[in-house]
Design a protein around this ligand. Sequence first.
Ligand SMILES: [Zn+2]
Length: 418
Amino acid sequence: MIDRSARYLLTRLFFLMMGLPVSQYRSEVEHLWRLKEDARLRVLDRLLAQNRPLNSSGEEVAGLDSLRSSPTLSKRQLQALTSKNQRKNEKVSFGRHTAGTTGDPAHVSLNRKELAQMLGVRDYCLRHYGLALGQREARLWGRAEAGFKSSIKNFLMNRRIFHPVGPQAENELVALSKWRPDYLYGYSSLLLEAAKILDRMDIQFEAPRCVICTAESILPTQKAFISKVFKAPVAEEYGSTEFDVIAFECVNGHRHLVNPWLIVEEDKENGVISDVSRMTQNLVRYEQGDYFTKLDSDCQNLGSTVYLEELHGRTIDLFFYINQEEKVHIISIARIFDCYFNDNDDIFSFQLEQNTYSVLEVNIDKEPAIGLDGLNVFIEMGVREITGASVTVRISIRKYREQPTKRNYFIQNMSLEK
Ligand SMILES: [Zn+2]
């Protein structure tokens, strides 16, 4: 058996052989975040003057001022721009695909430097929890990709995929525990699922350094449960295919901005992000398709002092409608579940759905501790407290969905205002 640290070094060596100097970029990330904010912005300003990416109207952006006055860039525009106007002298070495939540598939192309930079940011985030990129990663993902190519990739990355759903779930957790990963990484709903199964199993599980939740919303009580079962801190990561990691949670619970080359702006319905260093694609004021609020803190733990709060899919799809005039933000309904979990020492996954005014469909994956009727009353009362309106709640128990959807515990099926 090859020893743990030798295995880690092998993966780091593999990065170097691929032309991906991860440590070098991590140092650069550290350096940029050590700068005062105006000094970092001057660096970005100079980078823009060199790179001169195009904005969505096809104009050159030669500095932060012209970036700020640029129109936003939608996913669809990006794809059109990319095929028409792939930046010519840039050799593209890596491609990533995303199905996206909007249904528009996107293709992201990266050169070696860009990929190394992204991995450097990832490495930087992991260091905050005493970890490093290349250490043993258990990834809780949708169906494991089959095939020789992905098993080679996972081997080289020192990563194994586990799928804790279905009849094999307990076996998967036994295998996970035997493998003794340095950290866990995956969809929030799958980590929650794994934690629930592990909680009722009687096996020894060596605590990893950290559990990293990504791609889906998670409630504080659900996070606390995962942390208790795995005996490890839980960090939320916010990222996307286009930018990789954008924000990462520190030990104090802030999701700090961590990529120093990104300009992250808060917008009414859509977060807008620019990458000033990107050469292969023009990413100027790109509409992220998620909504977030930026807050400043005194916390110097990680990345920028600015962190993201209230992270959601697009706001337009995030309201539960009582009638044509009255609506309530779905987060207030999610908080009722948080109260329920707290009060009843219970935990499960849930998904909310609306098909008609004032009726809330709730899908959960197991019988609640206080029974279906009990939960029904609890939610109806909670909604009445918030809105003063009475709402019908319909709960059904459904098998866990196999393919997690990105960051959405709410599906709004009514076609409403624009
Ligand atoms: Zn912090």
